[in-house]
Design a protein around this ligand. Structure first.
Ligand SMILES: Cc1cc2nc3c(=O)[nH]c(=O)nc-3n(C[C@H](O)[C@H](O)[C@H](O)COP(=O)(O)OP(=O)(O)OC[C@H]3O[C@@H](n4cnc5c(N)ncnc54)[C@H](O)[C@@H]3O)c2cc1C
Length: 422
């Protein structure tokens, strides 16, 4: 006898998979959720430094605007179907109150990501979803018009399969990119994957005693072949391998993809609000007011102390100079350095280092209203397995929740229709 065909199988118990399983179970569909780890949602547990930035309280325009225009268009329906307010309401119903910080980022009041995971699991379980942990799916494929799921030597047949296996970074959390392989097997285009929200490695190495320095109020720029590709005004931190901190994380995706096209550099403007002329005037005033002082002392107002000597050395200005010995062209060279200081050339960073994976299943091949594959009926994709990656701020989890919701809802709708037809 042929084994029965299950109505809905969800693969991956992260944010997208748990919400998908919850929504379809809530609509009365029998749901089996398969997760390879012994615990669900391990990535969510470590998100936001263990505090879990669940969403962002911004308007719909802000949420969509945080993504690329293509991603923002794709996410529109999903963001309306399951909004940031809905996320907070569902968590509150499960006893997890949230609050928004001044910058709009939303966290659980308890400060514990584990509370969010428990709430999502309990939502899915109490709606009736059957969650099987320690159940690694080996492959998903199409045979005789039915989607097959191979798990631990067993073959499951399903009417609807929702792939919510996440990306390919932080592989230790279970996300080894399996969904990309299966989707490619179904004929889907996989947009090349890379690290997003990762540190940026640079060469030559930065001086050891610069480690730990934080640059604030400036602007980080990415250049490829003298063309500026992107910029960000968040903080920059120096590390043993290059730079990290909000601005570096935000630009890491551009840096990684630009590297595929040619040598890429990071530059820093210490005074983005002053143009060259205004900064030159400012420095000139400072020098005139302290003519007898050492140049290094004068520059302490503009630069972290530890950086001054080496930076002056790089433009061949003596750190022994005094205000009154500084020549006009030396002053201009300092201003040029402050406006466009080359931190270094960008080096390759493994996709594993990204908090998020850029690239994934091409959005052109997925229906944004149902998250159903345009290649294979009955196959849905949700969360980071899709070519979606947003900035820091709760946007990525919101995208996972919303796309999971739409996939779960659409799968359950089909189940209801087929149940009515029987
Ligand atoms: C350190 C870190 C901090 C982050 N902080 C935040 C934050 O504060 N806010 C935010 O919005 N985003 C944050 N993110 C990003 C966010 O966590 C992800 O974008 C989001 O979790 C993606 O959800 P998902 O459900 O698509 O995938 P995941 O949460 O990655 O879930 C995928 C699941 O699929 C399972 N799986 C994979 N392959 C198989 C298989 N073969 N068989 C069975 N199961 C499988 C995995 O084990 C995993 O549990 C952070 C990421 C990292 C790494």
């Amino acid at each position: 006898m042929e084994p029965e065909i299950l109505p809905i199988v969800v693969i991956g118990a992260g944010g997208a998979g748990l919400i998908a399983a919850w929504k379809s179970a809530l609509m009365g569909a029998p749901v089996l959720l398969l997760e390879r780890n012994r615990k669900p949602a391990i990535k969510l547990l470590i998100s936001g430094g263990g505090k879990c930035n669940v969403t962002h309280e911004g308007s719909m325009e802000e949420l969509r605007g945080a993504f690329t225009p293509r991603q923002g268009r794709f996410l529109k329906h999903a963001f309306y179907a399951f909004t940031n307010a809905d996320v907070r309401t569902q968590l509150a119903r499960s006893g997890v109150e949230t609050y928004a910080r001044e910058n709009g980022r939303v966290f659980p009041k308890s400060g514990r990501a584990s509370d969010v995971v428990e709430a999502l699991v309990s939502l899915a379980r109490s709606a009736g979803a059957d969650i099987h942990l320690d159940s690694k799916v080996d492959s998903v494929f199409f045979r005789e018009g039915i989607i097959h799921v191979a798990v631990g030597g067993e073959m499951i047949r399903a009417r609807k399969v929702i792939i919510a296996t996440g990306g390919a970074s932080y592989r230790k959390t279970g996300t080894t990119g399996d969904g990309f392989t299966w989707a490619a097997g179904f004929g889907h285009t996989i947009i090349p994957i890379g690290p997003a929200l990762a540190p940026i490695r640079t060469r030559p190495p930065l001086p050891e005693d610069w480690r730990g320095i934080a640059l604030r109020n400036g602007r980080l720029d990415i250049y490829c072949r003298e063309k500026k590709l992107a910029q960000d005004r968040g903080d920059v931190l120096f590390s043993h391998e290059g730079i990290s901190g909000p601005a570096a994380l935000a630009l890491s995706r551009t840096a990684a993809s630009s590297l595929l096209h040619g040598e890429t550099f990071v530059r820093y403007d210490f005074f983005p609000d002053l143009d060259f002329h205004a900064l030159d005037e400012k420095l000139n005033r400072m020098v005139l007011a302290a003519r007898a002082r050492k140049l290094t002392t004068i520059l302490e107002e503009l630069l972290p102390n530890r950086m001054i000597d080496r930076m002056l050395e790089s433009i061949r200005v003596s750190s022994d100079a005094r205000g009154y010995t500084l020549r006009r062209e030396e002053r201009k060279a300092i201003v040029q350095m402050l406006k466009s200081w080359s931190i270094g050339a960008v080096e390759h960073v493994d996709v594993d280092r990204g908090e998020v994976t850029s690239g994934g299943v091409s959005l052109d091949e997925v229906d944004p209203r149902t998250m159903e594959s345009r290649k294979v009926r009955g196959l849905h994709l949700a969360g980071e397995v899709l070519d979606i990656d947003g900035p820091i701020g709760g946007y990525n989890l919101q995208a996972a929740f919303s796309t999971g919701f739409v996939a779960g809802e659409s799968a359950a709708n089909s189940y209801r229709e087929s149940a009515r037809g029987r």
